[in-house]
Design a protein around this ligand. Structure first.
Ligand code: COA
Length: 438
C-alpha cells in the first residue's frame, strides 16, 4: 500500500490472498484485463479507469445484444470497479494523480509511448508514489519492433507458435487459446505478485514488463528445444520421420503429434461423419503398450520385436495409429475415455465449447460460472482457474461504464463535495457532457 493511504478494511477471517492490494487498472482489450481480473479474483481492489462515454473499446465489440456490454468485455472484467475519467483533462489528471498516490500497482497495456504522452513517466509516477509498481504489457520488448502495436495473432506469429502449429503441408496456424493476450496477462500477474513480495523487503516499487512475443515464446519453448535437437538428427517422434520425409532447417509444423516416448494423435470416434468433434486424443504411453495391444485386438504386437519397444514403433507411427483408429471408430469418445482410463491409457475427448458449457463438473468447481448482469441477464463465464484453499474466488459481474465514479471520488479518494462538483463540471468524468445532451 502507498504511504499516505487510509487504513485498509479489516479482512474477513480467511480473507483473500490479495486483500488490501489496490490496483489502478489502466488496461483495455484482453491482455491487461485478463491480468487485473486474476488479481481481483484473489481479492485486490481493482479500479478500472475508462474513457468517458465509450470506456474499454471491447464494451462495444462483438456485441450479441444491442446496447449491452459485450461478452468480450464482461468475461474479462469481473470483480472490478469502473470510473469514467478523461485523463487528458486537467481535472481528470488531478483524479488520476490521487489514484496513483492511493494505489499499489498501475497496470497498463497501451501502445508504446501512450503513458509518456499522458505525462505518466516512471519518474513522475515514482515521485507521487515511490512504492508504486508499474506493470505493462507491450507487443515486443526493446529492439527493432518495440514501437509496434500488437494484437493476439501478431504475438502468436512473432513468438514462434504459428510456424510450429498446423499440418506440415498447410500454412502456419494460430490457435484458439489466447496465448498472446491471456497468456501474457497471466505472466504479468505473476510479475506483479513477485514485485509486491519484493517490495516487502525493498519498500520500493519497480517496473514490470511482459512483452507478448516473450510470453508466447515462453509457452512455445519446447519448439525452441526441438530447433536445437534438429542440428543433431531428425525429430523421430514427428510423423514426418515415420512418413520417411526429410526435415528442413527449421522445426516443422507437427500436426497433432506429441513428444518423446509417448507419441499421440487425434483419432476418429463413432459419429465422426456428422459430428465435427467426435474425436479423441490417444497417447501410446510406453508403460501401457500391452494394454493397448489387448484392447485393439493386436496381442501379437506385445512381443513382436518390430512393435515391442518405443524405438521400434517410431518409424511405424502412422500405421499404428491407423490401426488404433479402427478400434476407436467403433466407440464414442466418452466410451473410449471410460475403457482406456480403466487401464491407465491416457486419452482426451475433443470437447466442444457446447459440451464444456453444459459440463456439470466444471460448474461444481467454479471453473464455469453463471453470472447475472443488470442489462444482459444471465451469462456463462470462466471462473478463476487457480484454486486456493484459503482464498476462495467469487465471480462478481463486470461493472457498467462509470458505475463507481461517484463512489471512488467520494469514498475512496475522500474528495470534498466542492472538488467533486468541479471535477464533474469540467467534463473529466464525462457526466457534464452527458447532462448537456439530456
Ligand atoms: N482518457 C483520455 N485518453 C485516454 C484514456 C482516458 N481515460 N484512455 C486511453 N486514452 C487514449 C490514450 O492516451 C491514447 O491516446 P494517444 O495515442 O493520443 O496518446 C489512446 O487513448 C489509446 O491508445 P492505444 O493504446 O494506442 O489504443 P489503440 O486502440 O490505438 O491500440 C492496441 C490498441 C491494443 C493495439 C495497443 O494498445 C497496444 O499495442 N497495446 C500493447 C499490446 C497489447 O496489449 N495488445 C493486446 C491487446 S489485447
Amino acid at each position: 500500500m502507498s504511504k499516505n493511504e487510509p487504513k485498509k478494511a479489516a479482512a474477513t477471517e480467511a480473507g483473500k490472498a490479495l486483500d488490501g492490494v489496490r490496483i489502478l487498472d489502466f488496461t483495455h482489450v484482453q491482455s491487461g484485463p485478463t491480468c487485473t481480473q486474476l488479481l481481483a479474483w484473489f481479492g485486490a481492489d481493482v479500479i478500472k479507469i475508462e474513457k468517458p462515454g465509450t470506456g474499454d473499446i471491447t464494451r462495444g465489440q462483438l456485441r450479441d445484444i444491442p446496447d449491452v456490454d459485450s461478452l468480450y468485455f464482461t468475461m474479462l472484467n469481473h470483480n472490478k470497479r469502473s470510473i469514467e475519467l478523461d485523463t487528458k483533462n486537467p481535472k481528470g489528471k488531478e483524479v488520476l494523480d490521487a489514484l496513483i498516490a492511493y494505489c499499489d500497482v498501475l497496470v497498463e497495456n497501451f501502445a508504446p509511448g501512450v503513458l509518456d504522452r499522458m505525462g505518466l513517466t516512471w519518474d513522475y509516477i515514482h515521485k507521487l508514489n515511490p512504492r508504486m509498481i508499474v506493470a505493462s504489457v507491450k507487443g515486443f520488448g526493446p529492439g527493432p519492433y518495440e514501437d509496434c502495436k500488437v494484437y493476439e495473432n501478431v504475438a502468436q506469429c512473432a513468438g514462434g507458435s504459428a510456424s510450429t502449429t498446423g499440418f506440415r503441408d498447410g500454412p502456419p496456424l494460430v490457435t484458439g487459446a489466447q496465448i498472446g493476450d491471456s497468456g501474457t496477462g497471466l505472466h504479468l500477474a505473476l510479475g506483479i505478485v513477485a514485485a509486491l513480495y519484493q517490495r516487502n523487503t525493498t519498500g520500493k516499487g519497480q517496473k514490470v514488463l511482459c512483452a507478448m512475443q516473450d510470453g508466447v515464446l515462453n509457452l512455445a519453448r519446447v519448439k525452441l528445444r526441438d530447433q536445437q535437437r534438429l542440428a543433431h538428427g531428425p525429430l523421430k517422434e514427428y510423423r514426418q520421420h515415420s512418413d520417411g520425409l526429410p526435415f528442413g532447417k527449421a522445426v516443422p509444423r507437427s500436426g497433432n503429434d506429441s513428444g518423446g516416448g509417448q507419441p499421440g494423435w487425434i483419432l476418429k470416434c463413432k459419429g465422426w461423419e456428422t459430428d465435427p468433434d467426435a474425436y479423441i486424443y490417444f497417447i501410446t504411453q510406453a508403460p501401457v503398450w500391452e494394454a493397448i495391444c489387448d484392447l485393439i485386438g493386436e496381442p501379437g504386437w506385445k512381443t513382436d520385436p518390430g512393435y515391442k519397444t518405443p524405438n521400434a514403433r517410431l518409424p511405424k507411427l502412422g500405421a499404428i495409429f491407423a490401426r488404433i483408429e479402427q478400434w476407436t471408430m467403433t466407440k464414442t469418445k466418452f466410451e473410449v475415455m471410460e475403457i482406456c482410463n480403466a487401464v491407465d491409457i491416457p486419452v482426451g475427448p475433443i470437447l466442444s465449447m457446447k459440451e464444456i458449457a453444459e459440463d456439470e463438473s466444471l460448474r461444481k468447481t467454479g471453473t464455469v460460472v453463471e453470472v447475472d448482469h443488470p442489462t444482459r441477464g444471465k451469462y456463462l463465464t470462466v471462473g478463476n482457474p487457480i484454486k486456493m484453499s484459503d482464498s476462495a474466488s467469487e465471480v462478481k459481474r463486470s461493472p457498467l461504464l462509470g458505475e463507481h465514479t461517484d463512489e471512488i471520488l467520494r469514498d475512496v479518494l475522500k474528495f470534498p463535495e466542492k472538488q467533486i462538483e468541479e471535477i464533474k463540471a469540467s467534463g473529466a468524468t464525462g457526466q457534464a457532457k452527458r447532462m448537456a445532451a439530456e
